[in-house]
Design a protein around this ligand. Structure first.
Ligand code: HEC
Ligand code: HEC
Length: 327
């Protein structure tokens, strides 16, 4: 009996030591900083570049909806050009992630950041303070010209003093950071200098993958790590941002049986995106995308139609069926 108690005490002791060790590891390591060279990208006061940047921010790259408080997000998404004052809140399992003020205010915005610091957030997911940026902004492969245009536009906004509380990670979030599971990701290869704006598969591929993030939502993925777990654009990712309002993304590959686009003409696609949102709580930034130019939409359609068809049947969620029925 005594012997048994002794063994038990040892086991408990080892577990306590292990837990204490892990907790101290997390507290020592979660705040680790990362480094990468600053991209050689400079903002410009050229009006063509500022206009291109503005188009991307409010349209395909949809920065504007996320970088505003929730009560303004829809207005901005629907085409009202409010400045990007930050304050979007993302309440995830690892903590509350808050989008930053992107107006050129010196104290609370990006006024004090260099062009290289802002560009590095987009290219390498490393914050100006070296922290890994939560993977919500997959712009790593955006062209030099477009990144420079976006920063040029951000700098041209009116500065707005709006302090945003820092992002707060809970213990789970800190453990994920300490273990390096949220790690800054750089570009897959050298990003293009500039991509020609034309109705081509090449431009469509660039928009769908490196600017508008159609790929991020319309593909099967592991939501903990973000890894792709099946063919890209074959749909099936589930969302539930508002309790009870569950969504699933359709298959965008040209599979005649299970892909929704196989029966859409290029004009149907353009009209559908321009028409905007059907479901109130859909996570897709419909407002921003409805402001996309026809050239961009036609290019995306051509790219999607050039993909290998993947058979992946997606059933509407109960919430989506109900909304459709009540129309
Ligand atoms: C899906 C929502 C979302 C979109 C889209 C988005 N952002 Fe962000 N952004 C965030 C969040 C959330 C943070 C804070 C992340 C953190 O604290 O880890 C952030 C942080 C930043 C930062 C601050 C980094 C720092 O050093 O503090 C910059 C700069 C930035 N975003 C620029 C952009 C630009 C430019 C675009 C469009 C090309 C964009 N964002 C699109 C959500 C978004
Ligand atoms: C943040 C996630 C997200 C992003 C980014 C996103 N989508 Fe979606 N998409 C969804 C969800 C969820 C649905 C299903 C609900 C709905 O129709 O709003 C959807 C539905 C669709 C539909 C079907 C609409 C219909 O009437 O049946 C099309 C077409 C579409 N998306 C195309 C795109 C394209 C093209 C892009 C990139 C330009 C894109 N999506 C980016 C989440 C996203």
């Amino acid at each position: 009996m005594k012997q048994l108690l002794k063994i038990f005490a040892w086991i408990v002791g080892v577990i306590i030591l292990f837990v204490l060790g892990f907790v101290s590891f997390v507290f020592l390591k979660w705040d680790q900083k990362y480094d990468a060279p600053y991209p050689e990208i400079r903002a410009s006061s050229d009006s063509t570049m500022i206009a291109r940047g503005k188009y991307l921010v409010y349209g395909p790259a949809h920065c504007a909806g996320c970088h505003n408080p929730p009560e303004r997000a829809l207005e901005v998404e629907n085409g009202i050009d409010l400045p990007l004052i930050g304050g979007g809140e993302f309440d995830f399992d690892p903590g509350i992630i808050r989008s930053r003020n992107l107006t050129p205010d010196m104290e609370t915005g990006i006024g004090k950041l260099t062009d290289g610091e802002v560009a590095r957030v987009m290219r390498n997911s490393i914050g100006h303070d070296g922290r890994p940026i939560f993977p919500l902004m997959p712009f790593q492969n955006m062209s030099d010209y477009d990144v420079a245009s976006i920063i040029s536009f951000l700098r041209s906004q009116k500065p707005v003093n709006n302090f945003i509380e820092p992002t707060e990670y809970n213990f789970l979030g800190k453990a994920i950071l300490a273990l390096g599971l949220i790690k800054p990701e750089g570009p897959e290869m050298t990003p293009p200098k500039k991509v020609d704006i034309e109705v081509s598969e090449v431009y469509g591929k660039y928009l769908a993958n490196s600017v508008a993030n159609c790929v991020g939502c319309h593909s099967p993925r592991d939501l903990m790590t973000g890894e792709f777990t099946g063919p890209k654009f074959s749909g099936g990712l589930e969302f539930e941002e508002v309790p009870g309002a569950k969504f699933i993304t359709p298959n965008l590959t040209p599979d005649p049986e299970t892909g929704i686009l196989a029966s859409w003409t290029e004009d149907t696609f353009v009209e559908r995106i321009k028409a905007g949102r059907i479901y109130e709580y859909s996570p897709m930034p419909w407002g921003s995308f409805s402001q996309m130019d026809e050239v961009d939409l036609r290019a995306i359609y051509r790219y999607l139609m050039s993909l290998d068809p993947v058979s992946n049947k997606i059933e509407l969620t109960d919430h989506m069926k109900e909304v459709k029925k009540s129309e």
